[in-house]
Write a protein that binds this ligand. Structure first.
Ligand code: 1GP
Length: 235
């Protein structure tokens, strides 16, 4: 059985595009999500679970529920070490490389070790870059870091490549949940050019047109939260 990461790498190499639905346990309720999981579009390949301000219990209840409803891989996308639960299949161990807050570059990771050490969770080291999505994001607020302006393409590209050189296995370009402006195609294309690990893009994607543009520019996996959650994704 290939690992979660192997499968993403394989998909990226064969240009098979991946789509993750992001579920925020804070907004989750069993009533709301029973049908939601069952009616996800067929193109969805992964479920990401996480948020900026989620408790340990909320995370575990949500993962348990989702795992019981679907065979899709369930990957933690945690805003905090408290959200780590062994019940998921894997975890994006995120380093917030766009920011300069040591808490999200290394401290949270050190604190997470006792939970991760013997957990049956695939750990995927991920370089996470918060870009300016035109409105204040929860990531910026909680992490107390500045997003990178989308005009700073060279900086974004070099930050992503530094992540790759430091051994990250995935790069994630994030415009922030509910972003007014998703990550631009130009940024995706520039970052992708010299990157040889898979590229994830998320934040503010609300319709098929934006989704296809992100794929075409070079995103291997796109993450959609708000638009699916509100039933507002336009095809
Ligand atoms: C995942 O934060 C995004 O990267 C999800 O953003 O909620 O805007 O889809 P949306």
């Amino acid at each position: 059985m290939p690992t979660l990461l192997d499968a993403i790498i394989q998909a990226s190499k064969s240009n098979k595009k991946l789509l993750a639905v992001l579920i925020d346990p804070e907004k989750f309720s069993t009533e709301k999500y029973a049908d939601f999981i069952e009616n996800l579009p067929k193109s969805v390949t992964h479920i990401f679970i996480g948020g900026s301000t989620v408790t340990a219990e909320e995370s575990e209840v949500c993962v348990d529920f989702v795992k019981a409803k679907t065979n899709l891989p369930v990957i933690l996308f945690p805003g905090d070490k408290e959200q780590i639960t062994e019940k998921a299949d894997g975890i994006l161990l995120l380093s917030l490389l766009s920011g300069r807050n040591p808490e999200y570059l290394i401290e949270q990771h050190i604190k997470a070790v006792p939970k991760l050490l013997n957990a049956d969770l695939e750990i995927i080291p991920t370089g996470y870059l918060l870009l300016d999505g035109g409105n204040q994001s929860a990531v910026a607020r909680v992490s107390k870091t500045q997003p990178i302006d989308q005009s700073k393409i060279e900086l974004i590209k070099n930050t992503a490549l530094a992540g790759q050189m430091m051994g990250k296995q995935l790069i994630y370009l994030e415009a922030g949940s509910g972003a007014m402006i998703p990550v631009s195609e130009q940024i995706i294309a520039e970052v992708k050019k010299d990157l040889n690990i898979p590229l994830i893009v998320g934040g503010g994607i609300r319709n098929t047109n934006q989704l296809e543009k992100a794929y075409k520019a070079g995103a291997d996996l796109v993450v959609i939260g708000t638009a699916f959650e509100n039933g507002e994704f336009e095809t």
